[in-house]
Design a protein around this ligand. Structure first.
Ligand code: NAP
Length: 286
């Protein structure tokens, strides 16, 4: 039976990136829909679950994507609500690459650090990627300082994450001021910069000042780098006495996870590949 992937994208034009990965993952037929909302998704989901016998539904799956991660989260909830009883298909959510990127970042960190014994600073931890990186780090037992230009935004994100991960060792920080950033950097083993493209979050002098630093990961691919001195192609590159990864250095693992996640949708009809599940799948590959 043909494997059908139904791409539900919250943007008007379904992502070509997600379409290419679906084809490379071996999907036989790709149905792509743009402008999908919680209000119009039920009919699309019902069309997917009522056509094939329940025992054949593992050959149909749904991918939720789009550039707006919050909209993707809401759409995923609506998709899950439209599935019931034996009428289920597996679903993956990776709006803007947020889940696969966060998983690849934390897998890169785990190659070099014992996360349960790591203190990490996540700069721009309020964004979709940074917030997920923080979630996965605390789920692995790391102590996380989540920084933002605004202490109110970092506090709100920490409160949200504390509800997602039990016993989270998590502290909000402000990183806009020199003093705030210095305090956030004190004694950390790992720095992850998850700021918007083209935004530098920490300079080389500030970085060199962290005597305990073992690993720095920058996810911003568009110059200037989020971590001054880290280059986009870095992959466990020795710099200034610590190792570094740039966005492309993390990107190879991200692509492997994305491909494997789409393929795994067709192994059962009841999988929900969200942040935690995509990370677990990524770990099983490494
Ligand atoms: N390597 C890959 O495969 C891959 C895949 C996806 C994304 N990415 C990259 O990962 C990074 C994070 O993605 P995202 O979607 O989470 O980013 P985002 O939503 O655009 O921004 C993340 C955070 O950056 C901070 N920020 C925004 N503008 C800023 C500015 N002018 N100066 C300083 N901080 C600023 C904001 O935090 P506060 O306002 O709270 O300070 C915001 O929450 C991006 O650089 C993206 O391009 C890489």
């Amino acid at each position: 039976m043909k494997k059908i992937l139904i791409q539900l994208d919250t943007d008007a034009l379904p992502s070509t990136f997600d379409r290419v990965v679906a084809v490379d993952a071996g999907v036989d037929e790709l149905f792509s829909y743009g402008g999908v909302t919680p209000e119009n998704v039920e009919t699309l989901v019902h069309g997917a679950i009522f056509t094939r016998k329940p025992s054949d539904l593992m050959n149909t799956a749904i991918f939720v994507g789009g550039s707006n991660v919050a909209a993707g989260e809401t759409l995923l909830k609506a998709v899950k609500k439209s599935l019931f009883g034996p009428f289920k298909v597996s679903v993956m959510m990776d709006s803007n690459g947020s889940n696969t990127t966060a998983a690849a970042t934390v897998i890169a960190a785990a190659r070099h650090l014992d996360l349960s014994n790591t203190t990490a600073l996540v700069l721009a931890g309020t964004g979709p990627v940074g917030c997920r990186v923080a979630q996965l780090l605390i789920s692995q037992g790391a102590t996380v300082r989540l920084a933002s230009r605004s202490i109110d935004r970092s506090t709100a994100t920490c409160e949200m994450l504390s509800k997602v991960v039990n016993g989270a060792k998590l502290m909000p920080h402000e990183s806009q001021t020199e003093g705030g950033l210095t305090a956030a950097c004190q004694g950390v083993d790992l720095v992850v910069a998850a700021g918007a493209a083209k935004t530098q979050l920490i300079n080389t002098d500030q970085l060199k000042g962290i005597s305990t630093l073992k690993l720095a990961i920058d996810l911003n691919a568009v110059a200037p780098a989020g971590i001054d001195g880290v280059e986009v192609m870095d992959k466990a590159k020795d710099r200034f006495g610590f190792l570094s990864y740039g966005a492309v250095g993390v990107g190879g693992t991200k692509m492997k996870i994305h491909l494997a996640a789409v393929q795994s949708l067709f192994l059962a009809n009841d999988r929900v590949l969200d942040t935690a599940a995509i990370f677990e799948l990524g770990r099983s590959l490494s």
